[in-house]
Design a protein around this ligand. Structure first.
Ligand code: TPP
Ligand code: SF4
Length: 294
């Protein structure tokens, strides 16, 4: 059984001391270990950002993709290697900005993979610009008078597009996050885990303390994770305002919604004939097909 130490490379993390990425990294390693996954049984695809630097420290035959483009790479990987557990690590700028179209279409496609969003509500790597999930009116180096737009609601978007597993975690509660990751990786379909991951250097508002004072666990509140409409309503009320006091805005973490008996995209592909990876094993003669395009 692999241990947590088996999932690291000799490279030392370059994240700022205290960064929320450490909690997410630890939870991922613990989840992989709990699931007994050997390093050749999963593959991770990262986007670009501080989160993506995990590619240097995490042991996997994975891929560090372009900004916002982890999902197309992961889709090809999943379809060509259905024997692997495929995990995507994205940033909020990366995944809900440039990569938002890929997110929406991957959700509705329901490929069997796990999407872990490092949601620090800021652009970390490029030094503190507002991101798609920055709070309304948040001041940043790119919005000195405050963000004018309402933030993207990743949980609501995923639910609206028919997501079959939607959860939110907090990097400051590693045990809870590990449990969410285990459930997400085991889920047969596209599993979204949006994680509040404090950026201690550039986001001075949404700090560990900010979240610790406000988070509560859905599973401890009698939440029914089988009701999509209620989950959507919760995602709309779970927005927080910069100025809200801890007792005024409670932030739910846990599984918002899950639905298991839904065919995956892979099931559909297989129904058309042999899975794609078989083609690599036994290349087909496609000269007739090419002729059709002449
Ligand atoms: C096409 C493209 N546009 C812009 C950039 C510059 N860029 C690199 S990282 C980044 C933002 C990262 O923010 P986020 O995705 O939230 O990740 P974090 O650094 O916070 O983990 C940007 C805009 C890029 N690398 N490629
Ligand atoms: S800039 Fe922010 S997100 Fe990036 S490593 Fe530092 S604390 Fe983490």
């Amino acid at each position: 059984m692999p241990e947590v130490k088996d999932y690291v490379t000799p490279n030392k993390p370059t994240w700022c001391p205290g960064c929320g990425n450490f909690g997410m990294w630890e939870a991922l390693k613990r989840a992989l270990s709990q699931l007994g996954l050997e390093t050749n049984e999963y593959s991770i695809v990262w986007g670009i950002g501080c989160h993506g630097n995990g590619a240097d420290f995490t042991r996997t035959a994975g891929f560090h993709a372009l900004h916002g483009r982890s999902l197309p790479v992961a889709t090809a990987l999943r379809l060509s290697r259905p024997d692997l557990k495929v995990i995507v690590e994205a940033g909020d700028g990366d995944g809900y900005g440039l990569g938002l179209g890929h997110f929406v279409h991957s959700v509705r496609r329901n490929l069997d993979m796990t999407y872990l969003a490092h949601d620090n509500q800021i652009y970390g790597l490029t030094t503190g610009q507002a991101s798609p999930t920055s709070d309304h009116l948040m001041r940043s180096v790119s919005t000195p008078k405050g963000v004018l737009e309402e933030p993207v609601n990743p949980i609501g978007l995923a639910l609206a597009e028919g997501a079959t597993f939607v959860a939110r975690g907090f990097a400051g509660d590693i045990a809870h996050l590990t449990d969410l990751y285990v459930q997400a990786i085991q889920h047969p379909g596209f599993a979204v885990v949006d994680v509040y991951q404090p950026c201690v250097t550039w986001n001075k508002i949404n700090s560990f303390k900010w979240f610790r004072d406000r988070v509560y666990k859905l599973e401890e509140s009698g939440w029914d994770s089988g009701d999509r409409t209620k989950a959507f309503d919760l995602s709309m009320t779970a927005f927080h305002e910069l100025t809200c006091k801890p007792d005024e805005c409670r932030v739910p973490i846990g599984v918002y919604y899950r639905e298991e008996a839904v065919p995956t995209y892979e099931d559909g592909v297989t129904a058309y004939g042999e899975p794609l990876w078989k083609h690599a094993e036994k290349p087909r003669d496609i000269s007739d097909l090419i002729e059709d395009f002449r």
